[in-house]
Design a protein around this ligand. Structure first.
Ligand code: DAH
Length: 339
């Protein structure tokens, strides 16, 4: 019988538990009411007197071994749980690490910034909540000017002087008010218009404004700068400037790039012409310079403005502007490998 007890002891020493349930059933097996130990205790009266001493000692050793094991197992389990609390589950595999993706608007915005910073433009920003002066009046759009209707405006509460900027041209004004020429700056940012949401237009979108003011800036400088830009961004080397109207520039133009007619998509997006309009531009109106305390007799300059969504839609062939704001991972994850 003593040999059998010794076998139990080595079994106890070798035992390992993964959780509390296993420890509990181990405890019941040895130390429970109907457990192995109590069975030996019940056996005690049947043991012959000369063997009682050895038997008693062996049973006691077994009891201690079982009790010590239960305590040790519990301590061990608690300490691994504590570690998990600090470090998470250390046994989990480390790969793959999910990496995020930059939003396509940010990717295109950064590309535009990079292209213009290579030719000496800095980046400037202004507030999204604007006043009438910076968004309209200083830009040669006085109160009741019919061109204000071109941009459906969100006003803040009932104060007509506080509004959500309808274009980043407001940053031009702020920049000219605070800086002396020569000025070479681009202003990316979010703009707001009270427009019906559709596949082509949204009430929130992004623009990049450009401004160049110096002593003898000409329309030729404007065209050459835009040609450089379109070559860099689209890899297309043909542009045309169509006469247009903006209150803050004179003369004004819209810029088309020659996209080509190679695929069916090219036909669809250029309506069969091969040409695509990508931005507005012009020579800064002397009234605007004056409003910003720059002498139009001494300085001239050009400005341009483009929509980032429109350019991203062309570059990535995205058919619906609403995709940019829906945060659908199936869409966003497609930009993972981009910068
Ligand atoms: N602000 C114009 C718009 O939102 C875009 C624009 C056109 C900006 C011509 C300019 C410009 O600076 O010269 O439609």
């Amino acid at each position: 019988m003593v040999d059998k007890i010794k076998e139990h002891i080595s079994e106890i020493e070798a035992f390992q538990a993964r959780n509390m349930e296993e420890i509990e059933s181990f405890r019941i097996k040895y130390l429970g009411k109907k457990g192995i130990l109590n069975q030996y205790f019940a056996e005690f009266k049947n043991v012959s007197n000369d063997q009682k001493k050895d038997f008693g000692q062996a049973v006691n050793t077994l009891k201690n071994a079982a009790q010590d094991k239960v305590t040790a197992l519990k301590e061990q389990l608690e300490s691994t749980q504590e570690e998990k609390g600090i470090y998470g589950d250390l046994s989990r595999p480390g790969e793959p690490v999910e990496i995020g993706a930059r939003h396509p608007i940010s990717i295109v915005k950064n590309q535009i910034i990079e292209i213009f910073s290579n030719i000496g433009f800095n980046v400037s920003e202004g507030p999204e909540i604007e006043d009438d002066w910076h968004n309209f009046t200083a830009l040669n759009l006085p109160e009741y000017h019919p061109a204000r209707d071109m941009q459906d405006t969100f006003f803040i509460q009932t104060n007509p002087d506080v509004l959500l900027r309808t274009h980043t041209s407001s940053v031009q004004v702020r920049y000219m008010e605070e800086n002396k020429p020569p000025i070479r700056t681009i202003s990316p940012g979010r703009v707001f218009r009270n427009e019906a949401i559709s596949a082509r237009s949204h009430c929130i979108f992004h623009q990049v404004e450009g401004l160049y003011i110096d002593k003898t800036v000409s329309f030729a400088d404007l065209k050459q700068t835009l040609l450089y830009f379109t070559k860099q961004l689209f890899g297309k080397s043909k542009i045309r400037l169509r006469p247009s109207y903006f209150p803050f520039t004179e003369p004004s133009a819209e810029v088309d790039i020659y996209w080509g007619l190679e695929t069916e998509t090219d036909y669809r997006i250029t309506k069969g012409t091969g040409w695509l309009e990508i931005m507005g531009c012009g020579m800064v109106d002397p009234n605007v310079l004056q409003n910003c305390n720059i002498d139009p007799a001494e300085y001239s300059g050009f400005a341009f403005g483009m929509g980032i969504e429109r350019i991203a839609m062309l570059l990535y062939q995205i058919g619906d502007i609403r995709m940019f704001y829906e945060n659908d991972l199936r869409f966003l994850e497609q930009f993972k490998s981009s910068i």
